[in-house]
Design a protein around this ligand. Sequence first.
Ligand code: FAD
Length: 476
Amino acid sequence: MSSETRQLSTDVIVIGAGAVGENAAGRAVQNGLKAVLVEAALIGGECSYWACMPSKALLRPGIALHGAQAVAGSREAVTDGLNVQSVLKRRDSFTSHWDDSGQQEWVSGAGIELLRGAARISGERTVEVTADDGTLTSVTAGHAVVVATGSTPAKPPIDGLETIEYWTTPEATSAREVPPRLAVIGGGVAGTELAQAFARLGSEVTMVVRTKLLDKFPAPAGELVADALAADGIDLRIGAEAATVARNDDGTVALTLRDGSALEADQLLVATGRRPATADLGLESVGVDAGNLSVDPSGRISGAGGWLYAVGDAAGNAPLTHQGKYEARVAGDAIAARAHGTLGEEVERWSKYAATADESAVPQVVFSDPEVAMVGLTEDAARDRGLRVSTVQMDIAVAGSALHADDYTGWVQMVVDEERTTIAGMTFVGQDVAELLHAATVAVVGQVPLHRLWHAVPSYPTISEIWLRLLEEYGL
Ligand SMILES: Cc1cc2nc3c(=O)[nH]c(=O)nc-3n(C[C@H](O)[C@H](O)[C@H](O)COP(=O)(O)OP(=O)(O)OC[C@H]3O[C@@H](n4cnc5c(N)ncnc54)[C@H](O)[C@@H]3O)c2cc1C
């Protein structure tokens, strides 16, 4: 350590000022502790600048346009396509033009001390921060260090990928122009959303999908979304795998697939999942295997002596902004309670000190058109856990959906835990179903018995009437 190293002490150090780290630090401070928040890039992290916000801003205009086109009467009023420059301009405003001064203000207003630079754990409760100008600060925490460093894109083993420039999700979500031809590798949530966004903005899109589209969701979800992507003109290569990739002399991308077929594009987006960003963080120096973090429900990293926590994408339990922020609220509260001596080692399930929803009540929306909104366990996941379940599924065809759009197409599945007669999981697919999800989340978390749910009467005529149809079909 250099003699010019600045020394700082605090109660809690949070590494990473994404949405999750901000919440962990904020909660610790609200509970009377001092917190230092360290950020190497932009305060607000991936979600604000390169993930949730810009991707949804790129999708929303196409969905709004399609919504108008889906209803006779408004359909005739749509006389033009999307205005790409307006879409990009609106996207830029949602990312605050990649300027984090607003978030910096929030951090200081919340009473959190901000340190800009790259953090590395250098010993028990000690973190060394290197600023861009090389200045070193050594920070010691009286109580806890929280790893909230997010995740990084996974790199698939494709010959030639290391030698070319290509997009991962940050480049796609911050794109300044729409490539005439875009090849997308990956059919998960990010690949699907961005493929549709760019197709509707005018790209000729080809998707290379190894298994099925949206394979973590019940099969009809992927099938309905695949139909919609095909209707948007996307060339879907399902069951295909990229083998080699190269840039031609004219800058175009040449891909060959394992079946020997070839395709060419102007830009390549690789969206094949993400990995916790825990390498190069010094975790090994305190005896933690960075590639295999295991956290308890309060966020504490197992085997790390009780002072080290991980939340959000870095913890890897439920890599979604809302779920990471929930874990951060839990961890911030638990750290403070332990510091104040009001919480011991163990935490009670469903208490404010345990992120119990991560186990079996995680909500997630795919913001494609149609949307996919799922909470809790799929039928397969429930059976894998040894639950005795039954399912009820049907097309969404109620007065509310018929009014919502002409020829409304949608699907719903309810997975019922037969031991308790409660909902273990629920999936909706259809236009504008995202807003239906929270009712299902409340039912899953609240473990509301179906015979009680019978009394939650959906308003007429709304798409929520599907709840009544499901319960009737179940036999109530
Ligand atoms: C294209 C895309 C769309 C998505 N859309 C949604 C969505 O609609 N809804 C949703 O819920 N989720 C969505 N997600 C997931 C969501 O973006 C993540 O779950 C969320 O950003 C995780 O937040 P985080 O704070 O854990 O990590 P991040 O937001 O990645 O923040 C981590 C921060 O830590 C900093 N950092 C890392 N290492 C260090 C270090 N050593 N020192 C200092 N700072 C460091 C990084 O610079 C970064 O700012 C999407 C993801 C992608 C890729």
